[in-house]
Design a protein around this ligand. Structure first.
Ligand SMILES: [Cu+2]
Length: 129
């Protein structure tokens, strides 16, 4: 259904160190078969707040604000997202959504599921070439 990774996070770095990799952050490589899409977390809004992407697109959430944020699903659309401790200023979180649908999300520090720092991603069936 989905794949995800948190890049530049402590847990991933710790795993990389355990595997004997160097301590540099992993190079950001695309995960999905579709385009790469950037969603910025500002203080305190997601930009863009609404977007439509083809299935298989790689979504990169980037915390470019000065505050901690998180990404939580507003309603049942899988269990992707990123916790506050893994989404500090400068952190990025990636997820590939392969199932068409509507994925509302929010930051629990600065929003309720319905208002505030919220966003929604609509995943549509990828067109065949
Ligand atoms: Cu926030």
């Amino acid at each position: 259904m989905f794949r995800r990774s948190t890049i530049f996070s402590g847990s991933v770095l710790a795993a990389a160190l355990l595997l004997g990799a160097c301590s540099d952050p992993p190079v950001a490589a695309p995960l999905g078969t579709g385009p790469n899409v950037l969603i910025q977390a500002l203080d305190n809004t997601f930009r863009p707040g609404e977007m439509t992407v083809p299935a298989g697109a790689t979504l990169t959430f980037s915390n470019v604000g000065r505050n901690d944020h998180n990404v939580l699903l507003s309603s049942g659309s899988g269990d992707w997202g990123v916790a506050t401790e893994d989404f500090a200023p400068g952190d990025e979180y990636r997820v590939v959504l392969t199932e068409p649908g509507v994925y509302p999300y929010y930051c629990s520090l600065h929003a309720t599921p319905d208002a505030g720092m919220i966003g929604v991603i609509e995943v549509v069936t990828a067109t065949e070439d």
